[in-house]
Design a protein around this ligand. Structure first.
Ligand code: PMP
Length: 281
């Protein structure tokens, strides 16, 4: 299969799959998701993604229909249905159906979704362009919920500006993260990244980046930083599971970053080596 969709035990070509209208994702975006890359039919950082997925479901009080082991077995079975082993693996759990539409939680096992689409990690050496946008999201950004409209709007603004990602800031000037990535800076050899609080998603690629810094002896601080820090950074890094790590050469139409390519290259090489080693050479 080229693109696969799974919903509550049934699966088939993605474009042929349908979901019931009373799935609470349609009424409220009521659910959680997770996503990560697969290479050579091996899902990268599978345990970390599944652990976060189950943790988010528990935070939102949505009942998982499978155990972690059963779910990992399911994902591994589904990827082997695919024509290519280089994929983007997306998983989603929505709260038990609501009939009629009602705001309070419904009881019973949630609905489990999986989609698989062909994808490859892009070349992290090619710089990207960024814009900044005010972060208008809610205060549960640490939970990977399906309520993504502010992120969708910021991402569209980036696209309209001919850019790859929008960097979000809480007024007046605290940089939080990207619309669908974490954002970090390097200044004078130290990596700065936003702390893990309710304003950002604890990215799995972010965790790997910090592991890379530990392994390479690059100091890092997890503290709030500002739009000025961003504009004056030696390097601006974006991490996400679908991109691994990229760096930016433009911010709001002006040249930015690109002043410490050696440190960036060391980090990127470490991350690519880890990814290729774990996914089979
Ligand atoms: N922040 C947000 C808002 C995101 O949507 C994502 C991507 N899902 C990330 C950060 C990066 O997370 P990860 O490294 O786990 O893909």
């Amino acid at each position: 299969m080229k693109r696969l969709g799974y919903y509550n035990g049934k699966y088939g070509p993605l474009e042929e799959m349908t979901i019931p209208m009373n799935d609470r994702v349609c009424w409220f975006g009521d659910g959680v998701y997770d996503a990560g890359p697969c290479r050579n039919y091996k899902i990268f950082a599978l345990d970390e993604h599944v652990d976060r997925f189950f943790r988010n479901a528990a935070w939102l009080g949505v009942e998982m229909p499978l155990t972690k082991e059963e779910f990992k077995d399911l994902l591994n079975k589904l990827v082997h249905e695919m024509d290519s082993g280089d994929l983007f693996v997306y998983m989603q759990l929505t709260r038990a159906a609501s009939v009629p539409r009602q705001h309070p939680y419904t009881e019973g096992p949630g609905s489990l979704w999986v989609t698989l689409n062909p994808a490859k990690i892009p070349d992290g050496r090619v710089p990207i362009k960024l814009i900044t946008r005010e972060d208008t999201r809610f205060f549960h950004c640490n939970i990977k919920t399906l309520n993504l409209i502010p992120a969708v709007m910021a991402s569209e603004a980036a696209k309209q500006a001919g850019c790859d990602e929008a960097v979000l800031y809480r007024a007046p000037d605290r940089v939080t993260e990207g619309s669908h990535s974490n954002i970090h800076i390097i200044k004078d050899g130290t990596l700065h990244t936003a702390p893990l609080d309710n304003l950002i998603l604890p990215g799995i690629a972010r965790a790997h980046l910090l592991r890379a810094c530990d392994a390479l002896g690059i100091p890092y601080v997890e503290e709030p930083y500002t739009l000025d820090d961003l504009a004056n950074a030696d390097e601006i890094l974006m991490t996400s599971s679908s991109n691994l790590c990229r760096h930016a050469d433009q911010l709001d139409g002006k040249p930015a970053g690109m002043k410490d390519p050696e440190t960036y290259d060391k980090i990127l090489t470490w991350l690519i080596d880890e990814f290729t080693n774990e996914t089979g050479g």
